[in-house]
Ligand binder design. Structure first.
Ligand code: FAD
Length: 451
């Protein structure tokens, strides 16, 4: 049994796995964060002993990120720069990161895109290289469930085949941390690469000190608006006539949701043509509506597409991805595959601000049950998307449009559902600063809490 190292928590739990008192949640039992649980997997192991000190949806919740940033990256985000929104960057010595003076945010694609990957396969390539170079003993990744390959099943990968079997996003909440039950009982495992979304990374960073590992590397993805598996089925049943054909989907910067079909083709539906009223409940998980970590602020390296300068004519599996390097570990990870990457500087243009408020209002009206019954006809939706592509924010500015919208939407949700006091404890101050930027003289945001 491993013993815990550098433990500084005030938790009353014991220091070794066998001494921990917490019992993993049994099937049918409810999880401590109840309907706000993000199914991260912590409570499926004896690490449940630390749940009050670790869960992103209990107690201080998401504001844990601010305290942990310094511990993980050696510095806090500078809220006077783009770090306010994008999180700690390795090279953030300039006041304004929008002009590419920092290479901690860049676009990259695999020179030879990887088959069956979600985009060009940067995540899988880093994982493979970390295993090949023996930088890590194993990788925590997400494979496919037995009943439906589109459902997530966390895997502990020891071979290249194991990692390759985890390519592609399975679009629902995945209990990744449950794999630590196996890691903790195997004394051979000292160095681990963890691939996961922000809410699970928050919990992982809180319990890292108890795991007895020599090195933990975290390769995060950006993540917004995930859901439970029943939410995935509800979404695809409402979005397309061929729900069984959908492998996964992404909400893209061209204002369309791209459904990737099993045969490799894509169906692209403008956001405005989705039945917003029907989809406003039962699709996005409650945890995702309470999340303030789209950027995966506690990962060492983050890969996504949120701030990419999206070119509609290029399918996502050939398109550049959006990469964020937060610290030296993240740099080491990306350096392992840099010869296989075509890297270009990030770009930004347009002004997100008017679009953010507009999106918040129409979305909130749907949430309050006052949106249109049906989505716009496809040709109208396509026309709106075309116009927005011409006049709307692009590149990093689009990423920040999406981030600001999610921050304000979630601020409203958390205040309504958790109540003001809990919301204050849960929401990080960087997110509050973003909300205040939109509040304006008229109290545009807080007024909506009175509706
Ligand atoms: P690949 O090389 O194909 O690797 C994909 C990796 O994703 C695999 O290693 C696998 O372990 C992991 N994975 C698969 N399913 C899950 C899951 N359910 N939970 C956690 N990990 C999983 N980017 C954005 O910019 N905006 C978003 O809103 C956004 N939402 C996302 C939601 C989820 C649930 C996930 C997993 C990713 C999301 N991303 C988002 C990131 C983006 O979709 C790609 O994952 C990323 O660009 C990596 O592409 P790739 O080709 O390098 O991935």
């Amino acid at each position: 049994t491993r013993t815990r190292t550098n433990a500084t928590s005030t938790s009353s739990s014991s220091s070794t796995i066998s001494e921990r008192k917490g019992q993993p949640i049994k099937p049918g039992q409810s999880y401590p964060a109840k309907e706000h649980c993000s199914n991260c997997g912590l409570c499926d192991t004896s690490l449940i002993s630390y749940v009050k000190d670790a869960c992103a949806f209990l107690g201080p919740g998401m504001s844990r990120i601010e305290k942990l940033e310094e511990k993980v990256h050696g510095k806090r985000r500078n809220t006077e720069t783009d770090e306010l929104r994008l999180g700690v960057l390795l090279n953030s010595d300039t006041k304004d990161n929008t002009n590419n003076s920092s290479q901690s945010i860049f676009y990259a694609k695999k020179k030879q895109p990887m088959e069956k990957a979600q985009w060009t396969g940067i995540v899988t390539s880093v994982a493979l290289e970390m295993l090949r170079t023996k930088t890590v003993d194993c990788v925590v990744a997400v494979g496919s469930g037995e009943a439906d390959a589109r459902n997530p099943e966390p895997k502990l990968c020891f071979t290249e085949e194991d990692i390759l079997a985890c390519r592609g996003v399975k679009p629902s909440l995945s209990p990744n941390l449950k794999v630590f039950a196996e890691i903790e009982t195997n004394p051979e495992i000292k160095n681990v690469l963890y691939i996961g979304v922000g809410c699970s990374v928050v919990a992982l960073r809180e319990v890292e000190q108890y795991l007895g590992l020599d090195n933990l590397y975290v390769l995060g993805t950006n993540c917004a608006d995930n859901g439970r598996t029943d939410g995935f089925y509800k979404f695809v049943n409402n979005a397309t006539d061929k729900p069984d054909e959908v492998l996964h989907y992404e909400f893209m910067p061209d204002y369309k949701v791209h459904l990737k079909m099993r045969d490799g083709s894509y169906e692209k539906i403008p956001y405005f043509s989705l039945p917003a009223k029907e989809l406003s409940s039962g699709v996005i998980a409650e945890s995702c509506k309470s999340c303030f970590d789209y950027v995966n602020g506690l990962a060492d390296l983050v890969v996504g597409y949120m701030g990419v300068d999206y070119d509609e004519s290029i399918p996502m599996n050939l398109h550049p991805q959006y990469v964020t390097v937060r610290n030296e570990r993240g740099q080491k990870m990306v350096d392992l595959i840099k010869n296989d990457l075509q890297i270009t500087p990030s770009t930004t243009r347009g002004d997100r601000k008017p679009f953010v408020l507009q999106t918040v209002i129409s979305d909130d009206e749907a949430y309050l049950g006052r949106g249109p019954e049906k989505g716009a006809p496809r040709f109208v939706g396509n026309l709106i998307a075309w116009v927005l592509n011409k006049v709307g924010p692009k590149g990093k500015e689009f990423g920040m449009y999406s981030l600001d919208y999610h921050t304000i939407r979630n601020y409203l949700y958390v205040n309504r559902i958790y109540g003001k006091e809990r919301a204050k404890e849960h929401i990080p101050s960087y997110a509050m600063k973003i909300v205040e930027e939109y509040e304006g003289k008229n109290g545009d945001i807080s007024k909506r809490l009175e509706l």
